[in-house]
Design a protein around this ligand. Structure first.
Ligand code: GTP
Ligand code: MG
Length: 398
């Protein structure tokens, strides 16, 4: 250890001298003002520092400095090139399996997004169902189609439980699975042509304005002129209540040259049936009744107490644009009549058939025909499950 003394006119100047010569690694031993500054002469300040004897401040030579900087740069470049290597590695050619896996991943993300989109409006739904993302698209589509939540949740629960894991990985397989499952759940009444001497008496009941009379006109034309054999068709109307109702059906009957009877009370009804007994099909129109008008529905049931030569087959006509809760209400109130089959009309006025599916599931009653427009006789088709499924699983979410 060696002591070194530095002097300068001020304390700061003395300190600067030390820093320039020895750097920062010094220990100040003492500092004092030797001579006070006056107007005519500068002052003198002294600082004594202790310096390690063997430590010499080695100033790097100019060339060393350059080398040092170069090596740092080289290190930096080398670490950068290592990273670059990593990047180029990840850009190696990918094979088909990897592309498929990526596609699947993307499709899962899209499904999840669709589900989230669909559940935004369903935010109030308190159901506890934990839905795997691969089912989210189907769930959202079916939900939007008007399927009752209780049915959809149950279908999802069963699917989660029983669907093979392998199948879940494939979006098309999932769709096919639901298609098959729902199809099995739709009861359809296949049309069977009457062969003489058998006869079929069909009564059409339902709420006001759903299309009972129009459907009867279409069916009369179908049975009389459109099936493989031409059948004898007679028409009875019990709808003498509404102004113009009889004329409406009379006009169709005249155009098709089919016999028609008008009935006011049950005894007339028995007579009318007798008068038309030579026909293969007898189609009976009724007055439309609100489901809450119990009196009108009960009056209809009084017509069924008469003796007939064939069973009266009751067809409940419902509109596809009625929501599930109302369809249920209508069905329950009309079910004081022995409902045999359901007919749905106005399928052209909506693309959401989940409500129909749910009613069929609840009631287990088969559906026989769809009315798909106002045109008589063309806008009528035999019911089939596929047609309904289009309005449940196959739309794109908007
Ligand atoms: N878009 C559409 N309209 C239909 C369909 N079926 C019937 N309609 C129309 O619905 C309206 C009522 O049809 P109607 O056959 O008179 O209905 P209704 O059930 O007999 O009515 P009420 O006797 O008053 O109870 C008419 O304008 C029909 O043209 C259908 O499938 N699609
Ligand atoms: Mg009518």
């Amino acid at each position: 250890m060696k002591l070194k003394t530095f002097t300068a006119p001020t304390y700061t100047e003395a300190l600067n001298k030390i820093k320039t010569e020895l750097g920062d690694d010094v220990v100040i031993v003492s500092s004092k003002e030797i001579k006070r500054k006056t107007l005519s002469s500068p002052g003198l300040y002294e600082i004594v520092v202790a310096v390690e004897e063997d430590v010499k401040k080695i100033e790097p030579k100019k060339n060393d400095e350059v080398l040092l900087k170069l090596s740092t740069a080289a290190k930096e470049i080398s670490s950068l090139s290592k990273n670059e290597k990593k990047v180029t590695n990840s850009l190696r050619p990918v094979n088909n399996d990897e592309i498929m896996a990526l596609k699947e991943e993307i499709s899962k993300i899209a499904d999840t997004l669709k589900y989230l989109q669909a559940t935004v409006w369903d935010i109030t739904n308190k159901n506890e169902l934990e839905l795997p993302p691969e089912f989210s698209e189907i769930y959202a589509l079916a939900k939007a189609s008007g399927i009752a939540s209780k049915h959809l949740d149950e279908i999802m629960r069963l699917t989660i439980k029983y669907m093979p894991l392998k199948m879940r990985k494939n979006r098309t397989a999932i769709k096919r699975y639901f298609h098959t499952l729902l199809k099995k759940m739709i009861p359809v009444r296949i049309e069977r042509e009457i062969k003489p001497p058998h006869k079929k008496i069909m009564m059409f009941v339902g709420p006001t304005g759903v299309g009972k009379t129009t459907t009867i006109a279409k069916l009369a034309a179908r049975y009389a002129y459109k099936l493989s054999a031409r059948h004898k068709v007679g028409i009875i109307t019990l709808d003498t209540y509404r102004i113009g109702a009889v004329e409406q059906l009379m006009t169709y009957a005249k155009m098709m040259r089919l016999p028609i009877e008008t009935v006011v009370d049950p005894s007339d009804f028995e007579e009318a049936l007798k008068a038309l007994r030579h026909n293969d099909y007898i189609l009976i129109d009724t007055v439309g009744s609100s489901q809450h008008d119990k009196e009108k529905i009960e009056k209809l049931s009084s017509f069924l107490k008469i003796n007939t030569f064939a069973e009266i087959n009751i067809n409940l006509v419902l509109s596809a644009i009625t929501k599930y809760e109302d369809l249920t209400d209508i069905y329950n109130n009309f079910s004081i009549l022995p409902i045999d089959t359901l007919i749905f009309t106005k399928l052209d006025e909506t693309r959401n058939y989940g409500n129909i599916f749910s009613l069929l599931l609840d009631t287990k009653k088969p559906v026989s025909y769809y009315s798909i427009g106002q045109e008589v006789p063309d806008d009528l088709m035999e019911a089939n499950a596929e047609y309904l499924l289009k309005g449940i699983l196959e739309k794109e979410l908007s």
